[in-house]
Write a protein that binds this ligand. Structure first.
Ligand code: HEC
Length: 119
């Protein structure tokens, strides 16, 4: 009878641990602004994901853009310049400054919701 008790105790601990592992860190208090929603739509319409990754997922022709607006390497001004002019292989989408700002708002939302060890 004692063995059964130990088994149920272990099962209970396993279930508790599983619940904790699968729910910890899944809530997010960062709300997507209207501008960021517009930027997300532009991101989807222009299929940026075919060349770029967000959170490590996407195409591999261009760099991962998860932290492009939130780290020193990129930043908002640099990103805006790239969006308005394109690059050597990055297409010029002829965005208006407002559209570029909306995409930057979306990329900032992405950057702020990313879990990283280096920011
Ligand atoms: C055809 C592939 C392609 C598509 C589609 C594309 N990009 Fe790019 N992008 C690139 C490449 C390649 C680079 C690297 C710079 C270069 O070679 O021009 C780049 C660079 C960038 C950069 C600068 C990143 C850095 O680390 O320097 C930003 C920001 C960017 N792209 C945003 C976007 C957005 C937003 C879209 C959608 C509207 C988009 N890209 C669509 C290929 C693409």
């Amino acid at each position: 009878m004692k063995k059964i008790g130990v088994i149920f105790l272990l099962l209970g601990l396993y279930a508790t641990y599983s619940c904790w592992v699968y729910t910890a860190g899944t809530s997010c208090n960062i709300v997507m602004t209207e501008a960021a929603k517009e930027g997300k739509l532009l991101w989807q319409i222009n299929n940026c994901q075919s060349c770029h990754q967000l959170y490590g997922l996407g195409g591999y022709m261009g760099p991962d853009l998860t932290l492009i607006t939130t780290t020193k390497r990129g930043g908002e001004k640099y990103t805006k310049g790239m969006l308005l002019n394109g690059g050597t292989r990055m297409p010029n989408f002829h965005f208006s400054p407002d559209e570029a700002d909306a995409i930057i708002a979306y990329l900032s939302y992405v950057g702020n919701t990313a879990i990283t060890i280096t920011k």
